[in-house]
Design a protein around this ligand. Structure first.
Ligand SMILES: [Zn+2]
Length: 352
């Protein structure tokens, strides 16, 4: 298989150039790829005004594409574990766990924090199989999970998300399109656009990959207000998105009460393997959620204590952070994330 690669430079910084993979130009032979390259690249650039042609196109073999490192964690399930850190130029925004499931077709679960990461995930799939990518399932709205989706849209996949996601993303998109390139570097963000959701999930449903199926379950507000879990029924692997954090401090952007409630109701039957949104895959429900349950319970208790003492928000945040010190061990980014969580929890629990 041959792949169309475009040399593209930032319109605002013409010296800063990147290679973009355009799946619409995929072909069985180099000749077929080259024949269609020019119009496909021209169309694509017209839709990505942040980039300009930086020296034309070339057609390369699958093995030449830069690809994410994947690990097969269950039969046909491949996981890329993101960096355990906040967004930075060093990690290029590649902090979320990204997975794909190979059936007769391929489903991607979370698409990465930039166009470039989505392309590297697409390349990793192509290095294992040439089956069509039928679905990209977004577990929730956060930019480190969704910003790579457009490349799969161009490859013909259906983008699937909780029905609440598009509006939640739309409210934040403008600010993310400024803040994320600032955090990871403009070149690492080149060509990134937010993909439209093609299929909105409003109730539990099953999607078919031909010989295996995935069960999608929307979750009431918890980590965010648009979380959705994905269960591979064949292996009992549950993809939780950021409903489960391992090692990276959980960030609260939905409902603390709802999140603790979700943790308190293990799925029936219990999943055998849990793939969290950040950190390693874990066998067994209790092992997967116990550290996070401790953290979120401590956050709730410390916030209630601050409210009981009538502290104003500005004094409550340091008080909550201090009270949570005993549960800080093993959580990367504890201080910064906990301060933000304290403010969010304060606003929610004020009304208890
Ligand atoms: Zn998240």
């Amino acid at each position: 298989m041959f792949h169309l690669v475009l040399a593209a430079c930032l319109a605002a910084q013409p010296g800063s150039c990147e290679s973009r993979l355009l799946p619409a130009g995929e072909a069985a032979t180099r000749e077929d790829c080259q024949l269609r390259a020019e119009p496909i690249a021209r169309d694509w650039l017209a839709r990505h005004p942040d980039l300009a042609d930086g020296g034309g196109t070339r057609c390369v073999e699958t093995a030449e594409l830069p690809a994410l490192t994947m690990q097969e964690v269950a039969e046909g399930i491949h996981l890329h574990q993101g960096a355990m850190a906040a967004l930075s130029p060093q990690n290029r925004g590649r902090i979320a766990n990204l997975s794909f499931v190979i059936g007769e077709t391929v489903a991607v679960i979370d698409a990465g924090g930039s166009r470039a990461e989505g392309e590297a995930l697409y390349a990793a799939i192509r290095q294992l199989t040439d089956r069509p990518v039928s679905h990209v399932i977004l577990t929730h709205m956060h930019p480190d999970h969704i910003l790579g989706a457009e490349v799969f849209s161009e490859a013909g996949a259906t983008i699937v998300a909780d029905a609440r996601l598009p509006e939640a993303v739309a409210r934040r998109a403008e600010s993310w399109m400024i803040s994320v390139p600032r955090q990871i570097g403009a070149a690492n963000f080149a060509g990134t656009r937010i993909a439209a959701v093609d299929h909105k999930v409003t109730a539990p449903e099953t999607i078919s990959l031909g010989d295996r199926s995935l069960r999608l379950t929307p979750v009431p507000p918890a980590h965010t207000d648009n979380d959705m879990t994905v269960l591979d029924e064949e292996t009992g692997t549950l993809f939780t998105g950021d409903l489960v954090f391992q090692g990276l401090t959980p960030s609260l952007d939905g409902s603390l009460a709802g999140w603790l409630d979700w943790i308190g109701r293990p799925p029936d039957p219990p999943p055998t393997l849990i793939v969290p949104g950040h950190g390693p895959a874990v066998e067994g429900w209790d092992a997967a959620v116990t550290p996070e349950r401790h953290y979120l319970t401590a956050l709730r208790d410390a916030t209630r204590e601050a409210l009981r003492h009538g502290l104003a928000l500005s004094r409550a945040i340091p008080a909550i952070s201090l009270a949570m010190k005993p549960v800080s061990e093993g959580w990367a980014g504890f201080q910064a994330v906990t301060a933000r969580n304290a403010a969010t929890a304060f606003a929610e629990l004020e009304w208890e």
